[in-house]
Every structure is written in structure tokens, then in C-alpha cells.
Ligand binder design. Structure first.
Ligand code: F6R
Length: 621
């Protein structure tokens, strides 16, 4: 949901570094990009709608004079993705520039007031009120820091924002509330950024800003003010992520690189075992209920958690979408452990729910991004050791979340055997990845024809003759994924991946639920992915397979090597080591589905790293 960066250097041109840093945050928004630098009493500004590379090719964003500046990538909320709505935004006389991530909820009334005082507005954004408010306050004699403080006393909503003014050269003032902002402290180079990949190349020394604290970056260093404007010291954490982790390292996209990193993620997250044991020892005797709260992919990981904790630890477990939490969380008490799962640790709905739960219950965050808001607000934290995830679609962080959940459920249920099994999972995943060409080849069937060859035209003109061809998925716009028990959450996650990066409408159903309605949609144009790992539910999911096959669906079966029943009844299949039973299937069976969504996206000439309308971190409700 937008990325911001600011940088002050000593005697060095800032634009190339600013551009490099903001490019690393493109996963947070790719509707527009802009940079503003200060030089010789003037703000230099370049910005436009479009992806980073497109705008750079047009404007040469690295070519701006100045040693300090701010930059922004946008995921549009107020106002369409146009040049005029792009950040940075300026005050009327172009002497102050601001970048902002979040939403100013009361911007309309502020705008009206400013207009009545003679200020003009050129954009439809909520942000444009900020530079003009700063201008208004500075005209009363306040300095930039005092003016920013005054602004945050007036604006309501969520923000991480940074401002520069030509009247205070080589200075950035930044602050945050409900949107992330970190401070990077290098050698004669000082940064603020929405996330660490922006600055890892320059420094690993990171400090975290709390709500309504101010940070002032000067060419000589960094100072922090608390919410009462007292000068404060801050702990500086040296984070271990290296800049390479945020590079593609030879892969065509981050998503496929991250899919390939999943066995490493599992090994690293298993190292959290002692931390999980510590948490379990602290809470086990005091809880009689678990509630998971999360969004999207993290919600799907939570569903696996419900099945695991209920069956292994016999503790009643519920799962809620974070955005629905406030409507149904009245039964929380001190005996409830509320677990928040979030890759970013900054998802607005999840944080809102965490604040509510903190009032009555013990809270645990399972998070990937170190130092993120969720980790600072929850009673306990388990880190998914996935390293930075840049692809917008979550893959390796989902696997990390699952491992954390498996550890927690096993330790709550004293099931060391399951933990032993987890150490084999990286090998199973590597076996799947070694056969990725099968999925790549299959995914090519989804490629759309750019030009219909002449000889196909007569067939195309016959209704259904072309569409019904079982080995041809070019026309496919709807798919189903079915599973039971542990595999139901895999189906949900597989369908979400396909939707978000391939733009194919995909529905996931519990196998037993199909005949209660959705089976009406099945015909020979709707392929069905059937998740059929070995175990208790295998026979039942095979019956569900028969039901959809009888309605004409092409079957894509995902099951165990040697499962002759599945092989004979599927039109296509992908087979996995038969040691992977239904209990650990979520950790392995999701991988072919991630690969399917990735390769279908590529086959359809889409960019899997930057799906339309999405952003990596959703910091608005
Ligand atoms: C899907 C995806 C999203 C996120 C969701 C929650 O691939 O990435 O559905 O899972 O936006 O984000 P976090 O986990 O950061 O709270």
C-alpha cells in the first residue's frame, strides 16, 4: 500500500540512491513513482503514473540534483493512478514536498478550510493537504519539525509520511501512525523507508519508529522525538537480511525464486522450535481456547492451524478473518490465546484486531518482517524465517507460517513424532521442484492464442467444438479446487494463488460441499484440481472426483506416486512422494499449485510479481 523512502547524504548526489531504494519497494505499489530532491533553494521533482522502469525510461529519475530527497511508489486509494495524483506532493509555491503512505480520513474538511484560506489543490489525493498544512504552519514561524508535529495533531487516519522544505536544506522530518516506517542509520547516509529491502544495500542498522514519534534526518545524523517532543534514544537493531535476498538472483521473477526457497524457509523456521517451546510452557496451563485471526493467505494457514490444534492438542480452535473480527469476537477472555498470522506484520485489519484482543487475552503474532507492528504489540512472537518476500503473492512466507503452526500444535499436543516428520519436508519439496517441468508444460495449455490460425477458425465458429477439447485450456476462465480435511485449506490457497496472479476465476470447496450447490457450475469447460493425498479422507475425495468427472470436468489430480486409482481417473496428474500423508500434505501439496499459478500467469503473458490491483502490504482497512 505505497512505499516511501527518504535519504540524506553528506556531499553526495541522492537521486541515484533514492531511485535504487524506492525501486526495491515497487512490490508495495506500482501505479506511479516519484522523487523530489532539494537543491539550491529549490525542490526538483520528477513523477508520473506507471511502473518504475516505464517512468524511469521516460523521465530519467536518477537525474535530479541534490543531496537529500524523498521518493514514493503508489497504490492508489484517493484519486486515479495519474501523474497529478502521484507523490511527492508539493505546497502551492513548490517549496515543501511530502510523501505519504496511508489514508487521511478527514482530508476533505482540511482541504475545504485550506481552500477558504486561498490554497489551491491540483490533485484528487488526500495527501496534498499535508504540504499545504505544513506551509501554513511554517508561515506562522514554526520550523519544519514543529509544523509536522502540528500537522499530525490535525490529521486523522493512518500515515507514514516524510517532508522536506527548501528553507531547511539537508533535512527530512518523518513520522508514522498505523503505517510502517523504519529508520536506517548508515555511515554519512541516513534513511527512512517503509520496509528494509529499500535500504539493506546501504545499512543493516535499523531503528523502529513508534506511533507519533518524529525522526529528523540531517547530514550529521538522526534524532528522535517522542510524542511530547522530548529527545529520545532508540535501540538500533542490526538485521541479518542481506541485500542479495531482495534480488532475483538469476530467476525471471521473484515469485519463482521464492517458491524455490521454500525448503530453506522450512529448515530456518524449524530453528524457532525452542522459542515455540518457551511460549507453550508459558501459556499452556492457562488457555482453554485458541483463536486465529488473519487475512488472505495467512488466513488459509490459520485454517490448517485449526485442524492441527484441535486434533493434536484437543483445544477448541476458531479462525476469523481479521476484517470480520470486530463483529464476532465478543467471547474473548483471559483463557483465550489469540494468534495473529501476518507476513508483513502491518496489515491494518490484523493490527486493529490485535489491539482489541490485547485488552482481554494473551496474544501471539506469527510474522515474517522483523520489528513490524504486530511483533511489537503482541505478547509473544514467532518469526517465520523466510527472509524478505518481494513477489506480491505469498509463497515461502506461507510455508514458514505453516511450519510455525505445526511446531506450535505439535508442542501443545506433545507430539514429537510430527516434529521429526517436519525435518523430511524440505526433501519432499525439492522432489516436487525437480519435476516442475511437468507443471510448466501443462500450464502452457492455458496460453491464449494471440492470433487464431486460419485452420482453427472453422472449428472455432462451431459453438463448443473448440471449448470442449479436453486437452486445451486456452479458453479456461473458471476452475475448481477441491480437498477435504487438511487438504481443504490447500485447495483454498491454490485457488487464491491462481486468481490473484493468473486472473482465472477459481473456487475452492470442501469436497463434501460440492453437491450442496456449486456442482451446478461444473461442466466440461471447468477443470477441477483434486487434492488426494494418502490417508483417512482419500476414499471420500475420490468419490467427489467421480462426481465432477461424471459432469464432464477435466480432472487434474494431485496425489501420491503409485496411486493408481487417482492416475486412472485423472486427465492430468502430478504425483508426490507417497510418504507425504494428509497430515503434512499442506506443506508439500501446495507447491505444485503455486507452480501452476506461476506458470499459467507466465503462459498468459502476465507479470506474476505485480498482479493488477494488489499490493504486498495492505495498510488500510
Ligand atoms: C496472497 C497474499 C495476501 C496476504 C494478505 C495478508 O498471496 O499475499 O492474501 O496473505 O494480504 O497479508 P499479511 O500476511 O501481510 O497480513
Amino acid at each position: 500500500m505505497c512505499g516511501i523512502v527518504g535519504c540524506v547524504l553528506k556531499n553526495k548526489e541522492v537521486a541515484p540512491i533514492l531511485f535504487d531504494s524506492i525501486s526495491k519497494l515497487e512490490y508495495r505499489g506500482y501505479d506511479s513513482i516519484g522523487l523530489a530532491t532539494g537543491h539550491n533553494n529549490k525542490i526538483n521533482l520528477k513523477k508520473d503514473a506507471g511502473k518504475v522502469a516505464e517512468v524511469d525510461a521516460k523521465l530519467d529519475l536518477k537525474d535530479l540534483d541534490g543531496t537529500y530527497g524523498i521518493a514514493h511508489v503508489r497504490w492508489a486509494t484517493h484519486g486515479d493512478p495519474s501523474k497529478v495524483n502521484s507523490h511527492p506532493h508539493l505546497n502551492n509555491d513548490g517549496t515543501i514536498a511530502v510523501v505519504h503512505n496511508g489514508i487521511i480520513e478527514n482530508y476533505l474538511s482540511i482541504k475545504k478550510e485550506l481552500e477558504s484560506e486561498g490554497y489551491d489543490f491540483v490533485s484528487d489525493t488526500d495527501t496534498e493537504v499535508i504540504p499545504n498544512l505544513i506551509d501554513k504552519y511554517m508561515k506562522t514561524g514554526l520550523d519544519l519539525t514543529q509544523a509536522v508535529r502540528k500537522v499530525i495533531n490535525v490529521i486523522e487516519g493512518a500515515y507514514a509520511l516524510a517532508a522536506i522544505s527548501v528553507s531547511e536544506p539537508n533535512r527530512i522530518v518523518a513520522t508514522r501512525k498505523d503505517s510502517p516506517l523504519i529508520v536506517g542509520i548508515g555511515e554519512e547516509e541516513y534513511f527512512i523507508a517503509s520496509d528494509s529491502p529499500a535500504i539493506l544495500k546501504y545499512t543493516n542498522n535499523i531503528a523502529y519508529l513508534e506511533k507519533d514519534e518524529l525522526v529528523i534526518l540531517d547530514e550529521d545524523g538522526v534524532s528522535f522525538l517522542d510524542e511530547n517532543d522530548n529527545l529520545i534514544g532508540k535501540d538500533v537493531e542490526v538485521i541479518q537480511w542481506s541485500p542479495d535476498m531482495a534480488e532475483k538472483e538469476g530467476f525471471p521473477h521473484f515469485m519463482i525464486k521464492e517458491i524455490n526457497e521454500q525448503s530453506t524457509t522450512i529448515r530456518n523456521t524449524l530453528n524457532e522450535k525452542d522459542n515455540v517451546q518457551f511460549i507453550v510452557d508459558e501459556i499452556k496451563e492457562d488457555i482453554n481456547k485458541v483463536l486465529f485471526v488473519a487475512c488472505g493467505t495467512s488466513y488459509h494457514a490459520s485454517l490448517t492451524g485449526k485442524y492441527l490444534i484441535e486434533s493434536l492438542a484437543e483445544i477448541q480452535t476458531e479462525v476469523l478473518l481479521a476484517s470480520e473480527f470486530k463483529y464476532s469476537a465478543s467471547s474473548l477472555n483471559e483463557k483465550t490465546l489469540v494468534i495473529f498470522i501476518s507476513q508483513s506484520g502491518e496489515t491494518a485489519d490484523t493490527l486493529k484486531a490485535l489491539d482489541i484482543a490485547n485488552k482481554s487475552s494473551k496474544t501471539l503474532a506469527i510474522v515474517n518482517v522483523r520489528g513490524s507492528s504486530a511483533t511489537r504489540r503482541a505478547d509473544y512472537t514467532i518469526y517465520t524465517q523466510a527472509g524478505p518476500e518481494i513477489g506480491v503473492a505469498a509463497t515461502k512466507t506461507y510455508i514458514g507460517q505453516l511450519v510455525a503452526i505445526y511446531l506450535l500444535a505439535s508442542l501443545l499436543g506433545d507430539n514429537e513424532n510430527l516434529i521429526e516428520k517436519l525435518y523430511d519436508v524440505p526433501r519432499y519439496i525439492e522432489e516436487v521442484l525437480a519435476k516442475e517441468d511437468i507443471i510448466k508444460h501443462f500450464s502452457n495449455k492455458f496460453k491464449k492464442l494471440s492470433k487464431v490460425p486460419k485452420y482453427i477458425k472453422p472449428i472455432l465458429s462451431m459453438p463448443h467444438a473448440y471449448k470442449g477439447l479436453k486437452n486445451n485450456f486456452r479458453h479456461v476462465e473458471d476452475m475448481f479446487f477441491i480437498g477435504r480435511g487438511y487438504s481443504y485449506s490447500i485447495a483454498l490457497e491454490g485457488a487464491l494463488k491462481l486468481k490473484e496472479i493468473s486472473y482465472i476465476h477459481a473456487e475452492a470447496y470442501a469436497g463434501g460441499e460440492l453437491k450442496h450447490g456449486p456442482i451446478a457450475l461444473i461442466d466440461d469447460d471447468v477443470p477441477v484440481v483434486v487434492l488426494a493425498p494418502p490417508g483417512r479422507d482419500h476414499r471420500k475425495i475420490m468419490s467427489n472426483l467421480e462426481e465432477v468427472k461424471a459432469r464432464g470436468a477435466s480432472i487434474i489430480g494431485i496425489g501420491a506416486i503409485g496411486d493408481e486409482d487417482l492416475i486412472s481417473k485423472s486427465d492430468y496428474n502430478f504425483l508426490i512422494n507417497s510418504e507425504v500423508d494428509e497430515l503434512i500434505a499442506p506443506l508439500v501439496y501446495i507447491v505444485p499449485l503455486q507452480l501452476l499459478s506461476y506458470y499459467v500467469s507466465v503462459a498468459r503473458n502476465l507479470n506474476p510479481d505485480k498482479p493488477k490491483n494488489l499490493a504486498k502490504c495492505v495498510t488500510v482497512e
